[in-house]
Design a protein around this ligand. Structure first.
Ligand SMILES: [Zn+2]
Length: 194
């Protein structure tokens, strides 16, 4: 894939069903955020949105992930937050919202999970970092999760996993329930691959 390709744009390719599978077209995130009501991708977070965000964060102890217990998009299995102000709305994934609060969500920034936990919203060099599309794709390749970018099956799998993790942690941090829900993903202490 050329380095300038926006992975969000490239998702437009996923609505081509795989041979032998009857998959409904998966809307792209761009389509999901295209709304008839006024929408602004630059709407600042409201205090109510910030308060709601933190009230839904479950923190694993120590250097662990901070999980956002929130809506999860069926499009990509990541969390979603929508807020409104003055009749205008904006939707972001939880990890992008976290970067926004940290003042790190610049125009071309891609939020990257170094911990490979889709629900994680901890802005930290071992968890959620502000990255570039090129670096994000390279890291995905290194982690063997290029499929999460291209394959609708992978999106569905991540959605199911995210739902399971959210259910496991809805009542607070629970390491046993999390271990069951996370499945066979890389453990949190997996060292960076490069
Ligand atoms: Zn994390």
């Amino acid at each position: 894939m050329p380095s300038h390709t926006d992975p969000r744009t490239s998702l437009a390719g996923v609505d081509i069903p795989l041979p032998g599978l009857d998959l409904s077209p998966v809307p792209t995130p761009a389509a999901a955020t295209r709304r008839s009501r006024p929408y602004s991708s630059s709407l600042p977070p409201t205090q109510a949105a910030i308060d709601a965000f933190w009230s839904r964060v479950v923190k694993a102890p120590g250097d662990g992930c901070w999980f956002l217990i929130s809506a999860i998009s069926g499009v990509d299995g990541y969390t979603r937050l929508t807020w409104r102000s003055g009749g205008i709305s904006r939707t972001e994934s939880g990890h992008r919202f976290a970067l926004l609060l940290a003042g790190q969500l610049g125009d071309r920034v891609v939020a990257e999970h170094r911990c490979n936990e889709p629900l994680c919203v901890r802005v930290d060099s071992r968890h959620v970092i502000a990255s570039t599309q090129t670096a994000n794709l390279r890291y995905a390749v290194a982690c063997g999760r290029t499929g999460t970018i291209r394959s609708p099956d992978q999106h569905i799998n991540r959605y199911a996993r995210s739902i399971a993790v959210r259910e496991a942690l809805a009542g607070g941090w629970n390491p046993e329930a999390y271990a069951r829900a996370r499945g066979n993903t890389a453990p949190l202490d997996t060292p960076p691959l490069f």
